[in-house]
Design a protein. Structure first.
Lengths: 351, 424
């Protein structure tokens, strides 16, 4: 028994030492929205390339970038997925820790769907109505020059054509990239429809962001965690509730839930791709270029992810619910990925 | 009124209160049992179908012009041949009416992509196959499997179904000619995670759990027993040891996520140990299990009658000898029971492992303590949060496997206690 323990502890020490020096497996962290796509790529890559299958952790976009930017070295991840673009603050944090040579790859689009149970009514919403239903503060006058706390409890208080049902929207928590995108693409766009609010953007950007992106916390918006399947289950149990989640989940659960029209457009493949559907965002991943020389397979993984057979209009990720990039854009990112082009943070400021 | 009368009159009331109390107890037990039954039966009903999967009978022609066009029987050549095309050609023969490119693509999606690899392996094993015909049962893809397991889905309108009308026609043709059957889902027991539900298995996470628990046991058991023996038998009773004792008892009640935070801060950020590795998971869970085993050790040492110690010391043994030779062996059954229960708690634990990166998509089956791995409860969580429909039954099946292990471990604990424990 004593001898066995001795041997075990020695092998353990050797095992640890070995790993501290080398890692032959790509480590990926990041967005839970990109996760289902990245896992498919990783699995195919592992099967076909002869490299080890990359390990992918779903940490949310923000959490992933935090880990990614923590430094260089094998204990830090090589790639992070994001369902939004990297922020200037994160770029700064990255370069402070020595991670200043990164490559940005856009892989496609994802629509954010609003859907409810099959047994419930089909809803036709506008961005403005969505904003009025979910914002923390709503305009107190017609122009939107002053605000008041959100008083609406029923859909038909906002628009008499909507059903006389309480507002219940189940969606992701603030750590989620989906939530960031929803706030920015749905709520803020609805907010901008009021001239007074739009004018505020120039006067006081901070206040504008807080008021036009802030979601109410008095009950009607229910945070459901990063688990989109859970949202679908809750929708089935409560036909009056509306859920907020990625298009791929809608696609997989067509027999349980149905989408709502936003500004007259249903979340359909073609309409998200063309930009006609208003609530859609881009999906990215970021590569740590300093690791590409050390960890085997990074370049090949990037090539697999940007290949036409993966994200081209006929690719295998498309049948998983990813909305493809226009062809020339995909070619551009495939080229960036091939030479691991350094990301220029100035691109972020331009906008 | 005399005292006896008061007592006699209140008697009925007191008896009533007693029977009411009894009824509450029975009600409690009944409702607890009902809840347990409801949980177990839903998991069983949902999960039992994951142990079987759909297979489709196909006559495969091992076309030499595809597998080995040069006729050299070169292994590399055979490995990289397009086996998808072989399956496609065989399906084409079965459904001669399907010609369009798009239609063929839908048709071939009936068969799980893992079968391409299996065909390749079959050819590698037996070169004689090349050029021959063979009837084989190929695993169906998850969508087909879901339809086959839930026949009521066939009646849904096309938009609500997972497959199109045309695919349903093909599928019905296969069913009518008896070319669809259920078979054991071997992949579930032999593989690790996958993005395709029909190829996902539990073995990777079972091994991950195994490595993690082994580390937990190696680290926590000796330390905890030593600490327990010292505190109970050898340590002087003073304020300092009291303080330690209180702290150990408190530690046993600390939420497990705290140990995860500790592991993240010390093992990962300070000591730079690898993320997602069972060795770190084991270290974190060892910290969590330590107080449980210490307390179990002390309780079972306390249960050994003092006469044993006194007899040993009376015969000239030192205090240390009395403990090691006489008291500790008698306490072993109790310590073992406590350890097994601590281990089964560690097996079901997921929260602290989330923080050290053991929640990840891992396809390769772990082979050592430092390979990236997940554990059983985390695998269940991962499957639960995946979109594809086939994962619903896998989630429940994962729960069944986890519960089986837990029941086995707890049964072992009860067995050890009943078999070896001495009554004084």
């Amino acid at each position: 028994m004593k001898k066995m323990l001795y041997i075990l502890s020695i092998t353990l020490l050797f095992g640890l030492n070995y790993n501290a020096f080398a890692r032959d497996q790509i480590k990926i962290v990041g967005s839970s929205t990109v996760y289902p796509f990245a896992t498919v790529v990783a699995e195919r890559f592992g099967k076909s390339s002869g490299f080890k299958t990359p390990v992918i952790e779903s940490t949310g976009s923000g959490g992933g970038l935090k880990l990614f930017c923590a430094g260089l070295g094998t204990e830090h991840p090589d790639i992070t997925n994001a369902s939004r673009r990297i922020k200037t603050k994160e770029v700064q944090k990255c370069s402070k820790n020595g991670v200043d040579d990164i490559t940005e790859i856009k892989v496609g689009f994802d629509g954010i769907a609003l859907a409810n149970a099959k047994s419930g009514p089909t809803l036709k919403l506008s961005l403005k109505e969505l904003y009025l239903a979910l914002a923390r503060v709503v305009p107190a006058d017609k122009e939107g020059n002053t605000v008041k706390p959100n008083p609406y409890k029923m859909w038909n208080e906002i628009n008499p054509d909507l059903p006389a049902a309480p507002i219940v929207v189940i969606g992701p928590p603030p750590t989620s990239g989906t939530r960031d995108a929803f706030n920015e693409l749905a709520i803020e766009k609805g907010c901008k429809k009021f001239p007074g609010r739009k004018a505020l953007k120039k006067e006081n950007k901070k206040l504008y962001k807080a008021e036009c992106r802030g979601i109410r916390e008095d009950g009607p918006y229910v945070e459901a965690g990063e688990n989109d399947n859970l949202i679908i289950e809750k929708l089935v149990a409560d036909p009056g509730a509306i859920g907020v989640f990625g298009y791929s989940f809608l696609d997989q659960n067509r027999d349980k839930v149905k989408p709502s029209e936003i500004d007259g457009v249903l979340p359909k493949f073609e309409d998200i791709s063309s930009g006609k559907y208003p609530v859609s965002r881009s999906l990215f991943f970021y590569v740590k270029n300093a690791h590409a020389a050390v960890i085997p397979g990074i370049k090949e993984y990037v090539r697999e992810f940007t290949a036409e057979k993966a994200i081209g209009s006929d690719g295998y990720l498309i049948s998983k619910g990813l909305i493809p990039l226009p062809n020339d854009e995909r070619m551009k990112f495939a080229k960036d990925g091939k030479k691991l082009a350094k990301f220029n943070p100035k691109e972020l400021i331009k906008k | 009124m005399s005292n006896t009368k008061i007592i006699r009159e209140s008697l009925k009331k007191r008896h009533l209160a007693e029977s009411r109390f009894k009824a509450y107890g029975i009600l409690g037990i009944i409702s607890a049992t009902l809840f347990l039954m409801a949980i177990l039966s839903t998991i069983y009903i949902e999960g039992k179908s994951a142990f079987k999967s759909t297979y489709i009978k196909i006559n495969i022609f091992y076309d030499p012009s595809i597998i080995d066009p040069e006729g050299t029987r070169d292994i590399e050549e055979i490995k990289f041949a397009n086996y998808r095309k072989i399956i496609k050609n065989s399906l084409k023969n079965y459904f001669p009416e399907v010609i369009g490119r798009e239609e063929l693509k839908n048709l071939i999606s009936f068969i799980s992509s893992s079968e391409e690899e299996n065909l390749m392996k079959a050819v590698l094993e037996n070169n004689e196959l090349i050029g021959s015909d063979k009837i084989v049962w190929l695993k169906a893809s998850s969508t087909i499997d879901v339809i086959n397991k839930n026949p009521e889905m066939k009646n849904l309108p096309e938009s609500n179904r997972l497959i199109s009308d045309q695919e349903l026609v093909w599928f019905n043709k296969l069913v009518l000619s008896g070319d669809v059957k259920f078979g054991l889902n071997k992949d579930f027991f032999l593989k690790a995670d996958s993005t395709e539900p029909e190829q996902a298995g539990i073995l990777g996470s079972i091994l991950g759990s195994f490595f993690t628990l082994l580390i937990t046991l190696i680290l926590s058991f000796p330390v905890a027993v030593a600490a327990g023996v010292f505190l109970e038998e050898l340590a002087p009773k003073n304020k300092f040891t009291d303080f330690i004792e209180i702290n150990i008892n408190n530690l046993a009640a600390v939420p497990s996520i705290i140990f995860g935070l500790l592991g993240l801060a010390i093992f990962l950020n300070l000591m730079h140990l690898p993320r997602s590795a069972p060795v770190v998971g084991g270290m974190v869970l060892a910290l969590m299990t330590l107080p449980t085993i210490i307390i179990a050790t002390r309780v079972s040492l306390k249960a050994v009658p003092p006469s044993i110690r006194e007899a040993a010391i009376g015969l000239g043994a030192t205090k240390f000898q009395a403990v090691i030779h006489h008291v500790l062996p008698l306490a072993v059954p109790g310590i073992a029971t406590g350890t097994i229960i601590g281990m089964s708690r560690a097996l079901g634990e997921s929260a602290p492992l989330l923080l050290i990166g053991m929640v990840a998509f891992i396809v390769d089956i772990p082979g050592s303590f430092v390979d990236s791995a997940t554990v059983l409860p985390v695998q269940i969580y991962l499957w639960k949060s995946t979109a594809a429909r086939g994962f619903v039954e896998l989630t429940a099946a994962g729960v069944i496997v986890l519960l089986t292990f837990l029941i086995l471990m707890n049964a072992l604990a009860i067995f050890v206690r009943n078999k070896f424990e001495k009554k004084w």
